[in-house]
Design a protein around this ligand. Structure first.
Ligand SMILES: NC(=O)c1ccc[n+]([C@@H]2O[C@H](COP(=O)([O-])OP(=O)(O)OC[C@H]3O[C@@H](n4cnc5c(N)ncnc54)[C@H](OP(=O)(O)O)[C@@H]3O)[C@@H](O)[C@H]2O)c1
Length: 266
């Protein structure tokens, strides 16, 4: 009977230096996978690699900017050289604002805001998929998970300056469908779309009125945790999810769609 044991599998997790990605990497390792950790911060990646090794799994930290094709190519090459194969790719790196783009309404957004959000949330996932898929196709199996967001829903994306982020996360959903169609039957590709996840980087914002408002429309009555997301991702990576392909799984505690908590973590 299939189970969630990932022993013998090798997983790349992008954006693994903190937040949801760090917990995804640790959960995959806890289920037996060896893990390749990719993000820009070498020191943070090494700290996560140390935690993975403490779980008895192998870890390789590869500082990578996933928006740069040459760095993504090197990531796949180094991972394959070290482990001989890549079984799982988690396209987790992403966000709704950052050093290179702001969260802005369409009229106020700059061209760089749009381009950089698209680069980080969409193009990076395509680049990483394109880098690992040939090996998976040649070996005859593989799993890819793309991190979407409830912001892809119309009622969330149209509020609070989330517009461009929302557009990119809709694209992530469609990227998932296209990858699944083009790379099936060999590679399973799914999208996990978190709701409001309580990550360390935004913890300071969680105690105020905005959180109280969000909780009113989350049926589960609490914010999500990175572990909630990891539980879904690890399941979808496992053989238990063998017939789940090309779907978007929201992990949102039951957000009532008529009201707007919008995703608030990133
Ligand atoms: N938190 C939420 O509530 C929430 C809700 C819905 C969806 N999501 C999605 O979940 C994913 C993870 O979000 P998070 O909240 O955990 O974000 P986070 O805490 O800001 O972490 C983002 C990760 O991405 C990495 N990263 C950023 N730019 C990168 C680049 N150019 N190249 C490589 N790595 C890069 C960061 O590391 P470096 O800075 O070291 O590169 C970090 O490891 C994202 O796709 C996000 O859109 C989050």
């Amino acid at each position: 009977m299939a189970d969630m044991n990932l022993s013998g599998r090798v997983a790349i997790v992008t954006g693994a230096s903190m937040g949801i990605g760090e917990v995804l990497a640790l959960d995959l390792a806890a289920h037996g996978a060896d893990v390749v950790l990719a993000a820009r911060s070498a020191s943070k990646l090494e700290a996560v690699a140390t935690q993975v090794r403490a779980l008895g799994r192998r870890a390789l930290a590869i500082p990578t900017d996933v928006t740069v094709a040459s760095q993504v190519k090197r990531l796949a090459e180094e991972a394959t050289r070290e482990f001989g194969r890549i079984d799982i790719l988690i396209n987790n790196a992403g966000g709704s604002y950052g050093a290179t783009f702001k969260r802005s309404p369409l009229l106020k957004a700059s061209e760089a805001d749009f381009d950089n959000a698209y680069l980080l949330n969409v193009k990076s996932a395509w680049l990483c998929g394109q880098a690992v898929a040939p090996g998976m196709l040649a070996r005859g199996s593989g799993v890819i998970i793309n991190l979407g967001s409830v912001a892809a829903r119309q009622e969330h994306g149209t509020r609070g300056g989330f517009g461009i982020y929302s557009i990119t996360k809709v694209a992530v959903q469609n990227l998932t469908y296209v990858m699944a169609a083009e790379w099936g039957p060999t590679i399973r590709v799914n999208c996990v779309a978190p709701g409001v996840i309580d990550i360390p980087r935004t913890a300071a914002n969680r105690s105020g009125a905005a959180t109280a408002e969000r909780l009113k429309v989350i049926a589960r009555g609490r914010l999500g945790t990175p572990q909630d997301v990891a539980n879904a991702v690890t399941f979808l990576c496992s053989d238990q999810a063998d017939y789940i392909n090309g779907v978007v799984l929201e992990v949102n505690g039951g957000i009532k769609s008529s009201q707007p908590p919008i995703e608030g973590g990133t």
